[in-house]
Write a protein that binds this ligand. Structure first.
Ligand code: CTP
Ligand code: MG
Length: 335
C-alpha cells in the first residue's frame, strides 16, 4: 500500500513538470546576448592590452557559470601577475582609459570590499564590473559551469531556485540573505546527495585540472564530458527535485549542527570546522562551505533576523509544493 501511495504522490508532483519547465525555458538567455558579451569582451581586451600587455581578462559569475538570467550585468576579472601592483591606482588608470574609449557611467570604486571599475557599453547596452586578480572567483565559476554540463537538472533546479529567491527577496546579501553563488552550491550539494546521486563530487575524483590561487590548491576532475550519463539511473524530474530541495531546507536540514559541503559531497559537522561559536560577525546560522576557500562560510552574511526570514521562506515554499494545486504560480509571487 505504501508503494502505491508513493506512486500516487509521484504522479501528483510530476503534473507540475511542464509548468516548471516553462519557467526554466523562459529564464534562459538568448544566444544573441552571449554574442554581445563576446563583442564587449573583445573591446575590453583590446583596451587592456594597450595599457598592460601581460594582463588577461576573464569572465566570471553568472555570465560565465551557465546560471545567468537574461539581461544580467557581466563580471570581469583582470588578472595580472605582478607583485607590486596597486589596485586602486590600476582601477583609476583603467577608468581613465574606459572614458577615453567612450564607455559610459564609468566609475572606479576603489574603497569597496572588492574594489572595481564600473562601466556601461553604449554599443551593446551591457553594464560591467571589472575587478583585479579575483582569480578564485574565476576558478569557482569554472567549477559551477562544469557541474552544469554533467546533468541538465542542475541548471533547471538552480534557475528555479534563483528565480524564487529573487522573487521572494532572499537573494540580497546586504540584507543578510544568500548570494546566487550560495544558492547554486546548495543545489549542487542537494543533487550530490540524491540516492542514486544525480551529480558526482568532482573534487573527490582523480584531478584532471589543478591550479594554485592565493596559496590555495584548486583541483578537481574536469573531464566532465565523460560523466554525461552519471545521473541517468536517477529518474527524478524537475518538479520532484524542487519539492525535495525546499522540503530539505524547510524540514530536513540540521541547522544547529551541520554544514553542507560540495567539496566532499557530504554533510559535515560544524564541530569539525570549528564553526560552532560566533567569531566576530560570523554567526554560522546556516553553513555552506566554499568549495576552495574552505574557511569561508557562504552563510556568514546571515544574522539572527534574516535566518528567520530565510527559514520562513523555505517553509512557505515547501508548503506550496505540498499543498498548492498550482505551485508554479504561487511560488514566485513577488514578496
Ligand atoms: N563569488 C564568490 N564568493 C562569494 C560570492 C560570489 O567567489 N561569496 C563569486 C563567484 O564566482 C560567483 C560570482 O562571484 O560566481 C558572482 O556572484 P553572485 O553575484 O552571487 O552570482 P551570479 O552567478 O553572478 O548571480 P546573479 O545572477 O544573481 O548575478
Ligand atoms: Mg552577478
Amino acid at each position: 500500500r505504501m508503494v502505491k501511495r508513493n506512486m500516487a504522490c509521484r504522479n501528483d508532483i510530476r503534473r507540475h513538470d511542464a509548468p516548471f519547465m516553462a519557467v526554466y525555458k523562459s529564464l534562459i538567455p538568448a544566444e544573441e546576448e552571449l554574442e554581445k558579451q563576446k563583442q564587449l569582451m573583445a573591446r575590453l581586451e583590446n583596451l587592456v592590452a594597450k595599457e598592460w600587455p601581460h594582463a588577461k581578462l576573464y569572465l566570471y559569475g553568472s555570465c560565465a557559470n551557465s546560471f545567468g538570467f537574461p539581461k544580467s550585468d557581466i563580471d570581469v576579472c583582470l588578472a595580472i601577475e605582478d607583485d607590486d601592483i596597486n589596485k586602486a591606482d590600476m582601477l583609476l588608470k583603467l577608468a581613465e582609459n574606459l572614458e577615453a574609449d567612450n564607455f559610459q557611467n564609468v566609475q572606479a570604486l576603489t574603497r569597496a570590499r572588492v574594489p572595481i571599475a564600473k562601466l556601461m557599453d553604449p554599443v551593446t547596452g551591457i553594464s560591467c564590473d571589472i575587478c583585479i586578480n579575483n582569480v578564485l572567483a574565476v576558478v569557482n565559476t569554472k567549477l559551477l559551469r562544469d557541474y552544469a554540463r554533467i546533468d541538465v537538472r542542475l541548471r533547471q533546479l538552480a534557475f528555479i531556485v534563483k528565480h524564487w529567491a529573487k522573487s521572494r527577496r532572499v537573494n540580497e546579501t546586504y540584507q543578510g540573505t544568500l548570494s546566487s553563488y550560495a544558492y547554486v552550491l546548495m543545489c549542487i550539494h542537494f543533487l550530490q546527495m540524491r540516492r542514486p546521486p544525480i551529480l558526482p563530487c568532482l573534487q573527490e575524483m582523480e584531478p584532471t585540472y589543478s591550479v594554485r590561487v592565493d596559496n590555495i590548491r584548486c583541483s578537481y576532475f574536469d573531464s566532465v564530458d565523460r560523466l554525461v550519463n552519471f545521473g541517468s539511473s536517477n529518474r527524478e524530474t524537475i518538479a520532484e527535485l524542487v519539492w525535495g530541495f525546499f522540503n530539505y531546507w524547510a524540514y530536513g536540514h540540521d541547522y544547529a549542527n551541520t554544514v553542507v559541503s560540495v567539496r566532499t559531497g557530504s554533510i559535515l559537522g560544524k564541530r569539525e570546522k570549528d564553526w560552532t561559536r560566533r567569531v566576530g560577525n560570523d554567526r554560522h546560522l546556516i553553513c555552506i562551505e566554499d568549495p576552495f576557500e574552505t574557511s569561508h562560510d557562504l552563510g556568514r552574511v546571515v544574522d539572527k533576523f534574516s535566518i528567520r526570514v530565510l527559514r520562513e521562506e523555505f517553509e512557505r515554499a515547501a508548503k506550496i509544493m505540498h499543498q498548492d494545486p498550482n505551485p508554479c504560480a504561487k511560488l514566485f509571487e513577488p514578496y
